[in-house]
Design a protein around this ligand. Structure first.
Ligand code: ADP
Ligand code: MG
Length: 242
């Protein structure tokens, strides 16, 4: 069974039809990189998977649970899906440790001591142990994003969604965040990553998906999508970004 199954997904904002007919299955442990022009619907698709946006029609099933049309359990469902945003979105008034422990403790998934133990382990994984007591404003962008990844992992998600996680970073910090993501991929995490980092997509993705104007226009292994793109729109896009 696919970890994520999106069928005939459509999403409009008023008269603007953003997602026109998206069909996608993500297997357990698969790393999918989504590329495409600005405004093509990449973020909207991720936000639909995480129920931050309500689909206009179609179905999304994660781990056998249908999100679309089942609003009673949205919070339960969201726990299973980690999301990392371009702008980090850490809680500015909480220490790094508190950022990570807050949700699991508030939702009574762990007691405080257990959550702190888990958080320390996660901080080690993202190489941020020394900053446990710092506040987000005291950290670089790359450090904040590594904490944001640790925070998402604290909920022990089945799937991680990344929406251009390195786009807001100074160039010298991109690598440290991509390295954490690479490590996660190698550990078998199911990941859907919207990114402009074509080197990362080439190296880490099992499948690259090109979205344009609300449709998946082309998909395949990175060697094929980058090495031998078939669709004219993919070719034009890659010519602009590569
Ligand atoms: P991408 O992530 O590929 O750049 P988005 O999914 O963010 O694209 O946006 C796709 C289109 O949907 C854009 O035209 C954007 O302006 C529009 N859009 C996104 N979110 C909203 C919203 N909440 N209300 C109205 N329009 C939106
Ligand atoms: Mg976007």
């Amino acid at each position: 069974m696919a970890k994520v199954k999106i069928s005939n997904l459509k999403k409009s904002f008023g008269d603007l039809e953003v997602l026109k007919d998206i069909n996608l299955e993500v297997e357990e442990g698969e790393v999918i990189c989504i590329i495409g022009p600005s405004g093509s619907g990449k973020s909207t698709m991720l936000r639909c998977i995480n129920a931050l946006e309500e689909a206009t029609s179609g179905t999304i099933v994660v781990d056998g649970n249908e999100i679309t049309g089942n609003h009673a359990n949205i919070n339960l469902y969201r726990r299973n899906i980690g999301m990392v945003f371009q702008q980090f979105n850490l809680f500015p008034n909480m220490s790094v440790l508190k950022n990570i422990t807050f949700a699991p403790v508030a939702l009574k998934i762990m007691d405080k001591a257990k959550a702190e133990e888990v958080a320390q382990g996660l901080l080690k994984r993202v190489d941020m142990v020394a900053k446990a007591d710092a506040y987000p404003g005291q950290l670089s962008g790359g450090q904040q994003q590594r904490v944001a990844i640790a925070r998402a992992l604290a909920m022990n998600p089945d799937v991680m969604l990344f929406d251009e996680p390195t786009s807001a970073l100074d160039p010298e910090m991109v690598g440290e965040v991509l390295n954490v993501m690479k490590q996660l991929a190698h550990e078998g995490m199911t990941m859907v990553v919207v990114t402009h980092e074509m080197g990362f997509a080439r190296e880490v993705a099992d499948r690259v998906i090109f979205i344009d104007e609300g449709y998946i226009v082309e998909q395949g292994p990175p060697s094929e999508v980058f090495g031998n793109p078939q669709n004219e729109r993919t070719i034009n896009f890659l010519n602009m970004v590569l």
